[in-house]
Design a binder for this molecule. Structure first.
Ligand SMILES: [Zn+2]
Length: 321
């Protein structure tokens, strides 16, 4: 390890330990308190094992060996956190800010402090995940930012949530792809599969951010599927929903779902395909046309407000119709 790396590692540890001790309210996305506690505990166990062996075997060399093992363990387990830390230390590029101001209505309407957190979420997301074209092709920053902005919007109210994406994001060219993943064919604009990457097409991604209040956003839609899939089943009941709220949630879904199937709902007919699509379409609508949802089905609006822990009407302040 060279000198510069050691200095960065020490600064990282000192800054975040200080932050951890001084305030419990600071967003801990770079390092989670629970990780510091558990990994610190495991490292201590490794050192103690070395000390115990040194005493039992009467060989002091066990102590530096196990100390070394504890350091390796900490370095490996905090590698992702260190990467995040280095990402958020970078100045957020002005060019990126301009793209966000132009394309993300949510970013435009949140206050300066919230924008800072939004930008930080984008940096962390892009540090953790690849956002690439098909066959690993590099994408222009603008497209990567649109994906990251969509994800930062959905988790903005829940700073303790991690985006439930597992395998990065792939942006297909054109508007649609088919079940054999051939672009330009079929009707699919995006796909969320349990162990695969989140797939969207370039056309649908651009459309989503060109029209922020038409009720359509492919990133909101697909990420909602991932929230739903977190518990292993696509049943329209997101994994993070508190268990006491599940019954009420199912009833709210069912009531509006019936209306969708009778053609009497404000939601797109696609919400009627199944419960999972209902949740995904509702999420798009909640963020894009909150005024309509709050008026037509206040129960559904309030349930989503509670789930995402934010109120889009409050954020947009009724400024956009
Ligand atoms: Zn869907």
């Amino acid at each position: 390890m060279n000198k510069k790396a050691i200095v960065i590692a020490i600064t990282f540890l000192l800054e975040y330990i200080t932050e951890y001790i001084s305030s419990w309210s600071v967003s801990m996305r770079v390092v989670y308190k629970i990780d510091i506690l558990f990994r610190g505990f495991y490292a201590l166990l490794i050192v103690l094992l070395g000390v115990a062996l040194a005493v039992v075997k009467e060989r002091s060399m066990f102590i530096p060996v196990f100390l070394g093992l504890a350091i390796v363990f900490l370095a490996v387990s905090f590698r992702k956190n260190l990467k995040r830390y280095l990402a958020v230390r970078q100045t957020f590029p002005e060019a990126w800010r301009s793209v966000l101001l132009e394309c993300s209505a949510f970013y435009r309407y949140i206050d300066t402090k919230a924008r800072k957190r939004f930008e930080r979420d984008i940096q962390i997301f892009l540090s953790d995940f690849n956002v690439k074209g098909i066959r690993g092709q590099q994408l222009e920053d603008r497209l990567r930012l649109l994906v990251a902005a969509g994800i930062a919007t959905l988790i903005h109210g829940r700073p303790d949530w991690e985006p439930p994406v597992r395998d990065g994001i792939v942006v297909y060219p054109g508007q649609r792809f088919d079940r054999d993943y051939q672009s330009g064919k079929g009707w699919m604009a995006g796909q969320a599969s349990y162990n695969g990457p989140l797939i969207v097409t370039k056309g649908s991604l651009e459309h989503s951010f060109r029209n922020p209040h038409d009720g359509y956003n492919v990133i909101f839609h697909e990420l909602a599927h991932y929230f739903d899939l977190e518990d292993g089943s696509a049943d329209g009941v997101p994994a993070f929903l508190p268990s006491e709220g599940i019954f009420a949630w199912k009833e709210i879904i069912y009531n509006e779902w019936e209306k969708v199937n009778r053609g009497q709902s404000f939601l797109d007919a696609y919400a009627g395909v199944n419960e999972a699509e209902f949740f995904a379409v509702s999420t798009e609508f909640f963020f894009e046309k909150p005024w309509v949802m709050a008026q037509r089905n206040p129960d559904l609006y309030n349930a989503l407000k509670e789930f995402y822990n934010l109120d889009p009407i409050d954020i947009y302040g009724g400024k956009i119709i």
